[in-house]
Design a protein around this ligand. Sequence first.
Ligand code: HEM
Length: 158
Amino acid sequence: MASMSDRIPTFLALCLLFCCVHGQMNQNYYQKSCPNLQTIVQSVVSQAIGTEARMGASLLRLFFHDCFVQGCDASILLDDTPTFTGEKTAFPNVNSVRGYEVIDAIKSQVEASCPATVSCADIVALAARDSVNLLGGPTWNVVLGRKDARTASLSQAN
Ligand code: HEM
Protein backbone atom coordinates (compact mmCIF):
# COMPACT_ATOMS: atom_id res chain seq x y z
CA MET A 1 0.00 0.00 0.00
CA ALA A 2 1.30 3.50 -0.88
CA SER A 3 2.40 5.60 2.09
CA MET A 4 1.25 9.19 2.65
CA SER A 5 4.58 10.56 1.37
CA ASP A 6 4.26 8.48 -1.82
CA ARG A 7 0.96 10.17 -2.56
CA ILE A 8 2.24 13.75 -2.23
CA PRO A 9 3.65 14.02 -5.79
CA THR A 10 0.35 12.74 -7.22
CA PHE A 11 -1.56 15.24 -5.08
CA LEU A 12 0.67 18.12 -6.22
CA ALA A 13 0.30 17.08 -9.87
CA LEU A 14 -3.48 17.08 -9.49
CA CYS A 15 -3.37 20.56 -7.88
CA LEU A 16 -1.27 21.85 -10.79
CA LEU A 17 -3.66 20.31 -13.31
CA PHE A 18 -6.63 21.89 -11.52
CA CYS A 19 -4.96 25.32 -11.50
CA CYS A 20 -4.12 25.08 -15.21
CA VAL A 21 -7.57 23.98 -16.26
CA HIS A 22 -9.22 26.44 -13.89
CA GLY A 23 -7.18 29.41 -15.11
CA GLN A 24 -7.44 28.67 -18.81
CA MET A 25 -9.09 31.13 -21.20
CA ASN A 26 -12.31 29.90 -22.74
CA GLN A 27 -15.62 31.16 -24.08
CA ASN A 28 -17.43 30.25 -20.85
CA TYR A 29 -14.90 31.82 -18.52
CA TYR A 30 -17.55 33.95 -16.75
CA GLN A 31 -20.48 31.56 -17.20
CA LYS A 32 -20.87 31.05 -13.46
CA SER A 33 -19.26 34.20 -12.09
CA CYS A 34 -20.99 36.71 -14.42
CA PRO A 35 -23.76 35.05 -16.41
CA ASN A 36 -25.21 38.38 -17.63
CA LEU A 37 -21.93 39.67 -19.05
CA GLN A 38 -22.64 39.18 -22.75
CA THR A 39 -26.20 40.53 -22.43
CA ILE A 40 -24.92 43.67 -20.70
CA VAL A 41 -22.20 44.29 -23.28
CA GLN A 42 -24.53 43.78 -26.21
CA SER A 43 -27.23 46.00 -24.75
CA VAL A 44 -24.89 48.95 -24.02
CA VAL A 45 -23.17 48.65 -27.41
CA SER A 46 -26.57 48.49 -29.10
CA GLN A 47 -27.69 51.69 -27.33
CA ALA A 48 -24.45 53.45 -28.26
CA ILE A 49 -24.76 52.45 -31.93
CA GLY A 50 -28.42 53.47 -31.86
CA THR A 51 -27.30 56.95 -30.81
CA GLU A 52 -24.42 57.08 -33.30
CA ALA A 53 -23.72 54.29 -35.79
CA ARG A 54 -20.06 55.32 -36.12
CA MET A 55 -19.47 54.24 -32.50
CA GLY A 56 -19.41 50.63 -33.72
CA ALA A 57 -16.44 51.41 -35.94
CA SER A 58 -14.78 53.33 -33.11
CA LEU A 59 -15.12 50.40 -30.70
CA LEU A 60 -13.55 48.02 -33.23
CA ARG A 61 -10.65 50.43 -33.66
CA LEU A 62 -10.31 50.87 -29.87
CA PHE A 63 -9.83 47.09 -29.61
CA PHE A 64 -7.19 47.11 -32.37
CA HIS A 65 -5.30 49.99 -30.74
CA ASP A 66 -5.40 48.18 -27.38
CA CYS A 67 -4.13 44.89 -28.84
CA PHE A 68 -1.43 46.52 -30.97
CA VAL A 69 0.61 47.47 -27.88
CA GLN A 70 1.67 44.52 -25.70
CA GLY A 71 -1.48 42.54 -26.46
CA CYS A 72 -5.17 42.88 -25.66
CA ASP A 73 -4.80 43.98 -22.04
CA ALA A 74 -6.91 47.17 -21.81
CA SER A 75 -3.73 49.23 -21.35
CA ILE A 76 -5.21 51.84 -23.69
CA LEU A 77 -7.84 52.65 -21.05
CA LEU A 78 -5.33 53.73 -18.38
CA ASP A 79 -5.39 57.47 -17.71
CA ASP A 80 -2.24 59.49 -17.14
CA THR A 81 -1.41 60.39 -13.55
CA PRO A 82 1.42 62.55 -12.15
CA THR A 83 3.56 59.40 -11.90
CA PHE A 84 2.30 57.38 -14.85
CA THR A 85 1.98 58.01 -18.56
CA GLY A 86 -0.42 55.82 -20.47
CA GLU A 87 -1.17 55.36 -24.16
CA LYS A 88 -4.09 57.77 -24.55
CA THR A 89 -1.86 60.63 -25.62
CA ALA A 90 0.11 58.59 -28.18
CA PHE A 91 -0.06 60.04 -31.71
CA PRO A 92 -2.34 57.32 -33.16
CA ASN A 93 -4.72 57.62 -30.18
CA VAL A 94 -4.99 61.22 -29.07
CA ASN A 95 -8.09 63.05 -30.37
CA SER A 96 -8.74 60.02 -32.53
CA VAL A 97 -9.55 56.86 -30.56
CA ARG A 98 -13.18 57.03 -29.47
CA GLY A 99 -15.54 54.99 -27.33
CA TYR A 100 -13.87 55.14 -23.90
CA GLU A 101 -17.17 56.30 -22.37
CA VAL A 102 -19.01 53.30 -23.85
CA ILE A 103 -16.50 50.92 -22.25
CA ASP A 104 -16.88 52.85 -18.96
CA ALA A 105 -20.68 52.47 -19.16
CA ILE A 106 -20.38 48.73 -19.79
CA LYS A 107 -17.86 48.35 -16.97
CA SER A 108 -20.18 50.18 -14.52
CA GLN A 109 -23.08 47.85 -15.32
CA VAL A 110 -20.87 44.77 -15.20
CA GLU A 111 -19.45 45.84 -11.82
CA ALA A 112 -23.00 46.35 -10.48
CA SER A 113 -23.93 42.86 -11.63
CA CYS A 114 -20.70 41.00 -10.75
CA PRO A 115 -18.15 43.10 -8.84
CA ALA A 116 -14.41 42.68 -9.41
CA THR A 117 -14.85 39.74 -11.75
CA VAL A 118 -14.60 40.70 -15.42
CA SER A 119 -11.49 42.27 -16.93
CA CYS A 120 -11.76 45.45 -18.99
CA ALA A 121 -9.71 43.68 -21.66
CA ASP A 122 -12.47 41.11 -22.08
CA ILE A 123 -15.11 43.87 -22.18
CA VAL A 124 -13.24 45.66 -24.99
CA ALA A 125 -12.98 42.38 -26.95
CA LEU A 126 -16.69 41.65 -26.57
CA ALA A 127 -17.69 45.22 -27.42
CA ALA A 128 -15.69 45.06 -30.68
CA ARG A 129 -17.33 41.76 -31.66
CA ASP A 130 -20.83 43.05 -30.88
CA SER A 131 -20.18 46.33 -32.70
CA VAL A 132 -19.29 44.56 -35.93
CA ASN A 133 -22.25 42.23 -35.68
CA LEU A 134 -24.79 44.94 -34.77
CA LEU A 135 -23.66 46.95 -37.80
CA GLY A 136 -24.42 43.98 -40.05
CA GLY A 137 -21.05 42.24 -40.09
CA PRO A 138 -20.17 38.72 -39.00
CA THR A 139 -19.98 37.47 -35.45
CA TRP A 140 -17.42 35.24 -33.75
CA ASN A 141 -16.82 33.52 -30.44
CA VAL A 142 -14.65 35.47 -28.03
CA VAL A 143 -12.37 33.43 -25.82
CA LEU A 144 -12.38 35.12 -22.40
CA GLY A 145 -10.07 35.35 -19.42
CA ARG A 146 -7.73 38.20 -20.39
CA LYS A 147 -5.97 39.97 -17.53
CA ASP A 148 -5.87 43.76 -17.37
CA ALA A 149 -2.52 45.53 -17.65
CA ARG A 150 -1.04 47.51 -14.79
CA THR A 151 1.36 49.16 -17.21
CA ALA A 152 1.20 50.82 -20.60
CA SER A 153 3.70 52.00 -23.17
CA LEU A 154 3.45 55.42 -24.77
CA SER A 155 6.57 54.75 -26.85
CA GLN A 156 5.29 51.45 -28.24
CA ALA A 157 1.91 53.03 -28.98
CA ASN A 158 3.73 55.70 -30.97
C1 HEM B 1 -1.31 49.75 -38.98
C2 HEM B 1 -2.46 49.63 -39.64
C3 HEM B 1 -3.51 50.73 -39.57
C4 HEM B 1 -3.36 52.06 -39.76
C5 HEM B 1 -2.09 52.83 -40.08
C6 HEM B 1 -4.66 52.66 -39.59
C7 HEM B 1 -4.93 54.01 -39.67
C8 HEM B 1 -6.15 54.60 -39.46
C9 HEM B 1 -6.43 56.01 -39.48
C10 HEM B 1 -5.39 57.11 -39.77
C11 HEM B 1 -7.72 56.18 -39.19
C12 HEM B 1 -8.47 57.54 -39.11
C13 HEM B 1 -8.43 57.99 -37.67
C14 HEM B 1 -9.12 59.34 -37.43
O1 HEM B 1 -9.90 59.79 -38.25
O2 HEM B 1 -8.85 59.94 -36.35
C15 HEM B 1 -8.30 54.89 -38.99
C16 HEM B 1 -9.62 54.65 -38.68
C17 HEM B 1 -10.15 53.41 -38.50
N1 HEM B 1 -9.48 52.21 -38.48
FE1 HEM B 1 -7.54 51.93 -38.90
N2 HEM B 1 -5.56 51.68 -39.31
C18 HEM B 1 -4.90 50.48 -39.29
C19 HEM B 1 -5.43 49.24 -39.02
C20 HEM B 1 -6.73 49.01 -38.69
C21 HEM B 1 -7.27 47.72 -38.32
C22 HEM B 1 -6.47 46.41 -38.25
C23 HEM B 1 -8.59 47.90 -38.06
C24 HEM B 1 -9.62 46.90 -37.64
C25 HEM B 1 -9.34 45.92 -36.82
C26 HEM B 1 -8.87 49.31 -38.26
C27 HEM B 1 -10.09 49.86 -38.09
C28 HEM B 1 -10.35 51.21 -38.23
C29 HEM B 1 -11.68 51.77 -38.05
C30 HEM B 1 -12.96 50.99 -37.76
C31 HEM B 1 -11.56 53.15 -38.20
C32 HEM B 1 -12.67 54.20 -38.10
C33 HEM B 1 -12.81 54.55 -36.62
C34 HEM B 1 -13.83 55.63 -36.30
O3 HEM B 1 -14.56 56.08 -37.18
O4 HEM B 1 -13.87 56.04 -35.11
N3 HEM B 1 -7.73 49.94 -38.62
N4 HEM B 1 -7.32 53.95 -39.14
